[in-house]
Ligand binder design. Structure first.
Ligand code: THU
Length: 141
């Protein structure tokens, strides 16, 4: 398997729309244990968008982050060629993806643009490579 190539950055307008869809997806979050609802929206370079939200379980370790729900939904539908993900939560600072999500996103999506946004409108945009500067991937095997 080859690694997904680095892709062009989506426009600020496209990222704002992605954040709007992530915010809508957040409404479906199942977060009775942490009370921390997260929404994610993953964009395919063609413009198609797949969303996700976090889904928690009383057996805490089985809980799933919004980012992984979105990317697993997309891959299971045969989609590829992702260029950006938006992540929205109600926090003081924009919420970055957790370590396991960074690893999964790197392998399945490559060097995505990661747009993180609070409900209050604070945002930060980084490339996944900046969040995971020394990845473990097929080149490490
Ligand atoms: N969570 C996400 O869904 N995405 C993130 O980027 C950070 C954390 C979820 C996992 C758990 O359901 C809750 O937020 C608190 O950690």
């Amino acid at each position: 398997m080859t690694l997904p190539r680095t892709r062009r950055r989506p426009s600020p307008t496209a990222l704002a729309e992605l954040a709007r869809l992530a915010t809508a997806a957040r409404a479906h979050a199942r977060a009775p244990h942490s009370r921390f609802a997260v929404g994610a929206a993953l964009r395919i370079a063609t413009g198609e968008i797949v969303t996700g939200c976090n889904i928690e379980n009383a057996s805490f370790g089985l809980s799933m982050c919004a980012e992984r729900v979105a990317v697993f939904k997309a891959v299971s539908e045969g989609l590829s060629g992702f260029d950006a993900i938006a992540i929205v939560a109600d926090a003081l600072r924009p919420t970055p993806p957790c370590g396991p999500c960074r690893q999964i996103l790197w392998e399945l999506c490559g060097n995505l643009t990661v747009h993180m946004r609070t409900l209050g409108g604070r945002s930060r945009t980084l490339r996944l490579r900046e969040l995971l500067p020394h990845p473990f991937d097929e080149r490490s095997l």
